[in-house]
Design a binder for this molecule. Structure first.
Ligand code: 2NL
Length: 352
């Protein structure tokens, strides 16, 4: 029995894998195993013999079972240890760059413009894109026969058959938001109104939906000098360098006097550069708010006066970021935005 014990303990110590352990278990403790065979001989023994051999055999059986279990566990430990040596993670490696979106140039420029005017005390007002003809035209002193009101330029909604009220329109500018703001808050007021506007016009340089920012400052003693300073301050902050301006007398139904504003630029082999050269580029319309418009918005023109202006965001974005083609904005083709390097938002302010 001692031989048997030593032999099995030796074989178990040498077993190299789980299959070897299982093989030994069957050979020693299986139904037809050697130790099981010895147990069966107990039945044929005298009681005295059985009393002597029984406990020994039982002890042998459990010693072998324990040795098998211990060897099995240590083999499993060794296998895990080996796996851990080869399968490891370097947690100090940098992560793969996350795929992030980029801000659209129109949104970025709107934020930039908003930040610059916010520094000058202008807050942002918003309003509906579907307007009554009163807010879009009449309140602004745009007469019924004005070309801007012609079927061609304005998108009209339909009225039900027999409904003779004038149809609503898609706003052609954000001026109606300024009228609504004056009506609601009265004077003094200092706001800008960014947003989508619509005109039935579609060619190389026009899209039926585009973006505008209008500005309005009304007080008891606001003059054209204030208008000029605000716009020059804005343009220099926006383009990040001093920009010469030229104010040309003009005409709008909603301002009197009116001025169109040009900025200094150069034209070199088809590209425009702002703030250099001796060409001029029109970027803004402006003027002193017409007394009739103030009155229409519930403000006393005898007591208050102020300026207003309007600019196109899309063109401003194209100028600042050198985007030559409206397709960049309107064909939803991300290659265009990538091409112009649009990435994270970096909002300039008056303090640079
Ligand atoms: C242009 C012309 C302009 C305004 C917009 C305005 C608004 C109110 C009263 C008076 Cl509520 N004026 N807005 C004034 C002058 C010009 O835009 O050519 N924009 C690109």
């Amino acid at each position: 029995m001692d031989d048997l014990r030593d032999r099995y303990l030796g074989l178990i110590a040498e077993a190299g894998d789980e299959a070897g352990i299982e093989d030994l278990r069957v050979r020693a403790l299986g139904k037809k195993g050697e130790i099981s065979g010895l147990m069966k001989t107990l039945g044929g023994m005298t009681p005295e013999e059985r009393q002597e051999k029984g406990p020994k055999l039982n002890a042998l059986k459990s010693e072998i079972a324990d040795a098998l279990a211990a060897r099995k566990a240590s083999l499993a430990d060794a296998a895990l240890e080996a796996r851990l040596k080869t399968e490891w993670l370097d947690v100090t490696l940098p992560t793969r760059p996350a795929r992030t979106g980029t801000i659209h140039p129109i949104s970025q420029v709107t934020e930039e413009v908003t930040a610059i005017f916010a520094d000058m005390g202008f807050s942002v007002a918003e309003g509906p894109q579907i307007e009554s003809d009163w807010y879009n035209f009449d309140a602004l002193n745009i007469p019924g026969h004005h070309p801007a009101r012609a079927e061609m330029d304005t998108f009209y909604t339909h009225r039900a058959k027999g409904d003779d009220r004038p149809p609503h329109v898609l706003r052609t500018h954000t001026s109606p938001v300024q009228i609504r703001s004056m009506e609601q808050n009265g004077a003094p007021i200092r706001i800008i109104c960014p947003g989508r506007v619509y005109r039935a016009d579609y060619d190389q340089t026009h899209t039926p939906m585009f973006h505008q920012v209008e500005g309005l400052a009304i007080g008891t003693d606001i003059t054209m000098a204030n208008l000029k300073w605000v716009l020059e301050e804005f343009l220099s902050a926006f383009f990040g360098k001093p920009v010469k301006t030229r104010f040309r007398a003009s005409h709008f139904p909603f301002t009197e006097p009116s001025a169109e504003v040009d900025i200094q630029c150069s034209w070199e082999n088809g590209t425009v550069k702002v703030g250099e050269g001796d060409d001029w580029l029109e970027v803004l319309g402006s003027g002193m708010v017409h007394p009739k418009v103030l009155k229409n918005a519930g403000i006393d023109p005898e007591k208050y006066q102020g300026f207003a202006f309007g600019l196109g965001i899309d063109r401003l974005a194209m100028l600042k970021y050198g985007i030559p083609d409206l397709r960049a904005f309107f064909e939803s083709d991300l290659r265009w935005l990538k091409h112009y390097g649009f990435a994270a938002l970096d909002v300039p302010t008056l303090r640079g």
